[in-house]
Write a protein that binds this ligand. Structure first.
Ligand SMILES: [Zn+2]
Length: 215
C-alpha cells in the first residue's frame, strides 16, 4: 500500500486479523523487517488494540532495542526472517482450524494437509509441522529455521501457524488460505475427496510468498 509505513501496516493488519476472528484473546503476533531492524507486536496486547506507535523494535538477531517488551514468540519471526532474507513479514496466529489440525495425532510432519484447492497449492505450498515446544521456548529456533528453508509456512504442534511473505498482506493471504484449507479438510472428514494430483499442482504457478491475484 503506497505511502503506508511499516508501523501503520502492522496496525492495519493486526486490527484486520482481530476483526475477522483469525485469532482470539491476546494471542497472535506480527513482524515486519524495517531496514536493519524488525518491528514486532508487544507482549500481552490484543491484536485489535495494537497501535502503530507502541511496537517493539528488535535488531536482526532479536535483541530488544526499544519500545515495549516484545511478544515472547518474537524469536519465531526473527528465525524465519533470518533464513528467508527475501521475505519481509511474518504472521503468527492461533486460528481455529489450523490450530485444530496442529493437535491431530499421527500428523505427517511434511504433508499435514492434502492439496485440496489450487489456491492452497499456490499460496501455501510446502507446510512443515514442528515437534511440540512450549510457547516461547527458544529451543524451537532450529526447527523453525529448518521448516523455513522448505517453505514460507509452518505449523507449531498443538499451537498454530507461522507464515511469512514478501510483505504483511501476502503473509496474511497465505495464512488465511491455510486456515481455509484446514477448515475444508475438517468439514469433508468422512466424505471422499479428490485432492489435486501432482500433475495438476505442477501445472499451477509455483508456490509463492507474494500475493497471488484473487480469483
Ligand atoms: Zn502462539
Amino acid at each position: 500500500m503506497t505511502g503506508e509505513d511499516a508501523r501503520a501496516q502492522i496496525e492495519r493488519v493486526a486490527h484486520s486479523i482481530h476483526r475477522r476472528g483469525l485469532t482470539h484473546g491476546r494471542t497472535g503476533n506480527l513482524a515486519i523487517r524495517d531496514g536493519e531492524q524488525i518491528l514486532v507486536t508487544p507482549t500481552g496486547v490484543n491484536l485489535g488494540e495494537i497501535e502503530a506507535d507502541a511496537l517493539s523494535v528488535l535488531d536482526a538477531d532479536g535483541r530488544h532495542l526499544g519500545g515495549p517488551k516484545p511478544t515472547k514468540e518474537a524469536f519465531l519471526h526473527v528465525a524465519m526472517l533470518r533464513v528467508r532474507p527475501e521475505l519481509n513479514a511474518v504472521v503468527h496466529t492461533h486460528s481455529l482450524y489450523s490450530a485444530a489440525l496442529s493437535c491431530l495425532d499421527g500428523l505427517d510432519p511434511e504433508h499435514p494437509l492434502p492439496p485440496l484447492t489450487a489456491y492452497y497449492g499456490m499460496r501455501v505450498g510446502e507446510l512443515r509441522v514442528l515437534p511440540y515446544f512450549a510457547p516461547g521456548d527458544p529451543a524451537a529456533t532450529a526447527a523453525v529455521e529448518d521448516a523455513a528453508r522448505a517453505g514460507h509456512a509452518l505449523l507449531l504442534r498443538n499451537h498454530g501457524p507461522v507464515v511469512a511473505g514478501v510483505d504483511l498482506d501476502s503473509a496474511l493471504d497465505a495464512l488465511e488460505e491455510l486456515e481455509h484449507t484446514a477448515q475444508i479438510y475438517f468439514i469433508t472428514q468422512g466424505h471422499p475427496t479428490s485432492p489435486l494430483t501432482a500433475e495438476r499442482l505442477a501445472a499451477l504457478a509455483a508456490p509463492t510468498a507474494e500475493r497471488t491475484p484473487a480469483a
